[in-house]
Design a protein around this ligand. Structure first.
Ligand SMILES: [Fe+2]
Ligand SMILES: [Fe+2]
Length: 192
């Protein structure tokens, strides 16, 4: 799937499907963080018009996703609770280099990897027979949107850095991402 080097453990989708409310609450926070992350990229790199334009688009789409997931939480009779954090994203972000321009490359590629893993998880949820059909359709729609975000982040990386450097670093970070996915427990969260 995209640039990912491993698959989610097969038991994850059953764990997630058995606790849809927890999954949706965590998912809402993921969408919120994706929107605020796009805003932070604009704050960090206002001088790059292509980054500002693309992040504006992504920010609006992620807020729309947040609103859609939030509505589903309420329809379920559940409530949004405090964000418990995302161990996966936190551990991946630890590998972002501090100095520019490497920092910008790593930020774009870590974002791309998170979008790719989200896509993989959405495709698993969309195919899970124990999840209501309407929710499966929702995840199928989101898959397409997040796949386009993956493309945006990798294309921005290639617009600012030589393609061989992007390819090499993406592979390095993808190896780290795969090892993180292998070591995390199977929780009813989007990246758990
Ligand atoms: Fe999203
Ligand atoms: Fe996204």
């Amino acid at each position: 799937m995209l640039c990912l080097l491993n698959h989610t453990r097969p038991e994850w989708v059953d764990i997630a499907a058995a606790d849809i409310n927890s999954l949706l609450i965590d998912h809402a926070h993921c969408e919120k963080k994706a929107a605020t992350n796009a805003l932070s990229m604009i704050k960090l790199y206002p001088q790059h018009e292509n980054i500002v334009r693309e992040m504006l688009t992504i920010m609006k789409e992620e807020w729309d996703h947040f609103e859609q997931v939030y509505s589903r939480i309420l329809i379920q009779g559940a409530h949004l609770t405090k964000d418990r954090g995302n161990e996966y994203a936190k551990r991946l972000s630890d590998h972002i280099r501090k100095d520019e321009p490497q920092r910008m490359l790593d930020l774009l590629l870590v974002d791309a990897l998170i979008e790719a893993r989200s896509c993989e998880r959405f495709s698993l949820l969309a195919a899970c027979p124990s999840i209501p059909a309407e929710l499966r359709s929702f995840y199928k729609e989101l898959f397409a949107s997040e796949a386009s975000h993956y493309t945006t982040f990798t294309e921005l990386a290639r617009a600012h850095f030589p393609s061989d450097i992007v390819k090499h670093r993406l592979h390095e970070l993808a190896k780290i991402e795969a090892s993180i996915v292998d070591t995390l427990g199977n929780l009813p969260t989007m990246h758990g």
